[in-house]
Write a protein that binds this ligand. Structure first.
Ligand SMILES: [Zn+2]
Ligand SMILES: [Zn+2]
Length: 254
């Protein structure tokens, strides 16, 4: 019955792909991006720096991740941020279409290897002003969708952003680092106790041995992820990785 209603709805209000505006088949009516456009999302593939997932430099060690905190083991991205992938991120962030996170998560979860069971997904938090304006944190919506695909728990409350940082667009890599310095900390538990000091706390602070997977929509220089990992590392977490849906090709700032 439900499918008959859906088919009728599809007939009256045919859904179209957000990227190419082609009509979506009934089987894909719940998606926002059609299968053809999804296939055009260009997966990020090796050879890459084993740690940051950036294509290997032609010579010498990778400069992108050399300043990262030790606890941050590796970062992987699903697709290159061009064409339709950029439209998807735009829809998620500015288009008021958090539902698109499902399309993005299903693509990402097929490209990136699933983290071990027991890993917790931790979205990069937004500052309070931006959260209020947008109404949702796009990284949290994405993390929840990825958690559904990989069957991993999401801890949206573990990290807080202590201040609203200006948008990173148009900043050089060095300016990006300075921009996010000290921007994250662990949320203090319900009884005012920090991590590891209150095992009975009902607040969802995991054991520092648990693998943590940070989730963000886009990776540009990694400054934000590195800073979030620094806050987790300072709290005793030793196994931190990160996944992002998109990876921007880094502009040449020199
Ligand atoms: Zn399409
Ligand atoms: Zn690297």
């Amino acid at each position: 019955m439900l499918s008959a209603v859906r088919a009728l709805e599809q007939l009256l209000l045919p859904a179209e792909c957000l990227v190419c505006h082609g009509l979506l088949a009934v089987a894909h009516a719940d998606d926002l991006v059609c299968p053809v456009c999804r296939l055009r999302w260009r997966a990020v593939r090796p050879p890459w720096c084993e740690r940051c997932g950036q294509p290997e430099p032609h010579f010498g060690p990778c400069r992108l991740c050399r300043e990262w905190p030790e606890a941050l083991r590796s970062v992987r991205s699903g697709v290159w941020l061009d064409g339709g992938a950029r439209s998807a991120v735009h829809a998620l962030k500015y288009g008021g279409l958090p539902r698109i996170a499902r399309d993005m998560a299903s693509a990402l979860s097929r490209i990136i290897a699933r983290p071990p069971s027991g890993a917790r997904l931790v979205p990069i938090p937004l500052g309070s002003a931006r959260l209020k304006r947008r109404g949702y944190n796009q990284s949290e919506v994405l993390a929840r969708a990825i958690g559904g695909c990989w069957e991993l728990a999401v801890l949206p409350q573990l990290l807080v952003r202590t201040r609203d940082t200006p948008t990173q667009t148009a900043l050089t890599p060095a300016a990006r680092l300075a921009n996010v310095a000290g921007a994250f900390q662990l949320r203090i538990g319900e009884c005012g106790l920090g991590i590891g000091r209150h095992p009975g706390s009902r607040s969802a602070i995991p054991n520092p041995q648990s693998p943590i997977v940070l989730v963000d929509d886009v990776f540009t220089t990694g400054a934000t992820i590195a800073e979030a990992a620094r806050a987790l590392g300072a709290a005793g977490f030793t196994s931190i990785t990160a996944v992002t849906f998109g990876r921007a090709s880094i502009p040449d700032f020199t």
